[in-house]
Write a protein that binds this ligand. Sequence first.
Ligand SMILES: [Zn+2]
Length: 306
Amino acid sequence: MWNRLKFRLILILLAMAGLAIYWFVSQKPVGYTDRRQVLTTTIEQENELGLQAYAQILSQEGENVVCSGNASSCSSLEREILERVQAIGEDLRLAAIAYEDELIASGEPVEPKARDFEWTFNVIQSDQPNAFCLPGGYVAIYTGILDVTGNFDGEVTVEDVVDLDKLAVMMGHEIAHALARHGGERMSQGKILQVGQIAVGVAGGDQRIMEAFGLAAQTGVLLPFSRQHEAEADKIGLELLVRACYDPREAPELWERMGTLGQGQKPPEFLSTHPSSERRAENFREWMPDAVSEYVARGCPALSGR
Ligand SMILES: [Zn+2]
């Protein structure tokens, strides 16, 4: 009995050690920040999956995709919104290319992606306050988020697309996720942990060990990483904003507003992994002086007083 237990324990430890090595050798530098990330996928694979998912979402949304070939109508407000989103997207695309060039010139280990992404910007008619950028540069903005990035009066009107800095904050953040390959990282983590879960389960010879490992991996590894991704996307997003001459000081207020949305109602799925608003506000306070001086140094229009 004792010997069998010892044998199982050694097998589990071996499985964990193998897993740790696999995790370790799959690390690559993020490049935009000092962090290293687990990646077992290639950029091409990630972009291909991004395109597939995007095509699927757009086809599911059908005529909700504003002013698309399937849309039954295209009002002047919708046309206006789509054009604004595409204009911000173009600004951020150029900012991302400039940012990558700067990082590469200063010796950072960045794999340039912004030039090769097939940047696509669509607006989807929906009450959901949501937005995303999939690997490969496939962006969707749900109209439900425009009031949050606009005047926050509870309805989406033309006034919500007058002042666009907060929308740019949101888009910059989502684009930053794609540039930093957070999707590929999550897939890679998932794959390694799945292999690990099976290995540990087999080594332990017990279903419960496998389940316990799965739960520990979920809360101990994946959740902290998803919070880290959010902070990283906030930081990279700010870099893009100032390079595109959008007011970086709008970022804290936007995320504060997003934070209030979760209260009372069920928060949108992507909010639940976003960091606490206190932590986020603290980060922005730390980064803002540099962001503002960068904005000024680039000769952007003078910032309004506050
Ligand atoms: Zn995010």
